[in-house]
Design a protein around this ligand. Structure first.
Ligand code: PLP
Length: 401
C-alpha cells in the first residue's frame, strides 16, 4: 500500500467531485438526474470574449510560456475593472496577481502564510475549500459561526474568544466571503470596516473572497475600499460567475505589493502562467458594462422565482434578499429524529430523498459546515424549464415532508 502524506489527514475528495460521479452513474443507469447543485454558469461568455480567444489563439506567436505575474493587458484590465465597479485603486504593476481561478489562490495563500501550529478562522457555513486548504498547509481551521439572527455576519465576541482560546503560536488568518456563499448574505460597509479594524487589532491576515458581487446584486463592494484595508487584507476575485467563465479558470488576487510578492514566491513555483489568448479574452470580458450584468441578472431573477416555487413545495423557509447564484433555505421540521443519524442532518435527509426518489439533486447545506445541517442550497445555474420539470417530479412524488 502506498502511504499518503499526513497533510491529507482530514481532507477527503471534494464533495462535488464524488457527487458528480454518483450522478453520472445514475444517468448511465437511465435516471436523467436534474442537477440543481453546483454553481457552474450554464450560460456562455459574451461573444466578443470568445472572438478574442479565437483570433488570438490563431496567431503563431501566442503559444509560449507566459509572464508569471500575468500579462500587462490583463493586469491593466483588472485595475480598470476595480476602479470602475469597486472604486478601488490598484497598481497594475504591483498590486494584482492573475490566478488560474480563485480556488487555486486560496491554496497559494494558505501555503504562503500558514503552517503547523497556526490557527486560521474559517466561516461555518462557508466554502469548503477554505478549511481543506488550511488543513493541507498544516495549519488548523478554527470555525466561527454565521447565524441567521446575526445576519450571517461574524460575531466579533466569538472571534475574540476563539483567538484567546487557541494555543500554540496563535491565530494568523481570517477568511471571509460576502456576498456569502452559501447563505447569500450581502456585506455592509460597516461590517467590512469592523473586519479590517479587528484584523489590525489582532494582527491577522484578512482574506476576502469576492466571486459573487455582481450576481443579483446592484452594488458590488470590495473590502479593499475600506481605508487602510491593504495593510491587512487580500481580496480574491473571479471571472467564473460574473463573466460565465468558470471553465476558463481566471481569477485574481489583489492587495499590497509586499503581499502579492510573497504569494508569487509560492505560486511561481507551482505553475507557469495562463495561455495568453485566455488572458486577453479575460481582459475583454472585464470591459463588459452594466447591460451584460443586467441581462444575466434578469435571467437569474426569473429562475429564482421558479426556485421559490420549488422551495414552497418543499415547505422550506428562505430569505428573498439573497445575492449570488444560489438560494439558501431552511428545511422544514429541523428536529426530525432521523437527522441525528444522517451526517448532513435534516438537509442531508431531504437532499437524499429528492435525489433517490425524484432524480433531482439539491445540495445539502451540511457540506458547508455543521451550521448548515438544517439547510439546503439550490443553484440558479439551470434553465427555468428544468426547474419546472424538477417541480413536477417532486409534486408527483407526494413527498411526506
Ligand atoms: C465562495 C467561493 N469562492 C471561490 C470559488 C472558486 O471560484 P473559481 O472558479 O474562481 O476558482 C467558489 C466556487 O464555487 C466559491 O463559491
Amino acid at each position: 500500500m502506498m502511504e499518503i502524506a499526513k497533510r491529507l489527514n482530514g481532507v477527503g475528495e471534494y464533495y462535488f467531485s464524488q457527487k458528480l460521479r454518483e450522478i453520472d452513474a445514475m444517468n448511465k443507469a437511465g435516471k436523467n438526474v436534474i442537477n440543481l447543485g453546483i454553481g457552474s454558469p450554464d450560460l456562455p461568455p459574451h461573444p466578443s470574449v470568445i472572438k478574442v480567444l479565437q483570433d488570438e489563439s490563431a496567431k503563431p506567436n501566442m503559444h509560449g510560456y507566459q509572464n508569471y505575474k500575468g500579462s500587462p493587458q490583463l493586469r491593466n484590465a483588472i485595475s480598470n475593472w476595480y476602479k470602475k465597479w469597486y472604486h478601488v485603486n490598484l497598481d497594475p504593476e504591483t498590486e494584482i496577481l492573475p490566478l488560474i481561478g480563485s480556488k487555486e489562490g486560496i491554496m497559494h495563500i494558505c501555503m504562503t502564510y500558514f503552517e503547523e501550529g497556526i490557527g486560521v478562522l474559517v466561516p461555518n457555513p462557508g466554502y469548503p475549500t477554505y478549511s481543506s486548504a488550511v488543513k493541507i498547509s498544516g495549519a488548523t481551521p478554527i470555525y466561527y459561526n454565521l447565524k441567521k439572527e446575526n445576519n450571517y455576519e461574524p460575531d466579533f465576541d466569538e472571534l475574540e474568544k476563539l483567538i484567546t482560546q487557541f494555543p500554540h503560536q496563535g491565530i494568523r488568518g481570517l477568511f471571509v466571503n460576502y456576498p456569502q456563499m452559501p447563505t447569500g448574505q450581502l456585506p455592509t460597509v460597516k461590517m467590512f470596516e469592523d473586519l479590517v479594524a479587528f484584523a489590525k487589532e489582532h494582527d491577522l491576515l484578512l482574506v476576502h473572497d469576492n466571486p459573487y458581487s455582481f450576481i443579483l446584486n446592484k452594488k458590488p463592494l470590495s473590502i479593499l475600499s475600506v481605508a487602510g484595508a491593504k495593510d491587512v487584507a487580500l481580496e480574491l476575485n473571479s471571472l467564473s460567475k460574473s463573466q460565465n467563465m468558470a471553465g476558463w479558470r481566471v481569477g485574481m488576487l489583489c492587495g499590497k505589493k509586499e503581499r502579492i510578492d510573497e504569494v508569487l514566491r509560492f505560486k511561481s513555483n507551482m505553475d507557469s502562467g495562463m495561455f495568453l489568448p485566455v488572458q486577453l479574452a479575460a481582459a475583454k470580458a472585464l470591459e463588459l458594462g452594466q447591460d451584460w450584468h443586467d441581462e444575466l441578472n434578469a435571467i437569474y431573477a426569473k429562475r429564482r422565482d421558479k426556485v421559490y416555487e420549488l422551495l414552497d413545495l418543499l415547505k422550506c423557509s428562505y430569505d428573498t434578499s439573497q445575492a449570488g447564484m444560489f438560494m439558501w433555505a431552511a428545511s422544514p421540521n429541523p428536529s426530525e429524529e432521523g437527522a441525528l443519524n444522517h451526517p448532513l442532518g435534516i438537509g442531508g435527509i431531504l437532499s437524499d430523498k429528492i435525489l433517490y426518489e425524484a432524480n433531482v439533486f439539491i445540495t445539502p447545506g451540511g457540506i458547508f459546515g455543521d451550521a448548515g445541517n438544517d439547510y439546503i442550497r439550490i443553484s440558479l445555474c439551470t434553465k427555468g424549464e428544468k426547474i419546472a420539470e424538477a417541480i413536477e417530479r417532486i409534486k408527483n412524488l407526494k413527498l411526506k415532508i
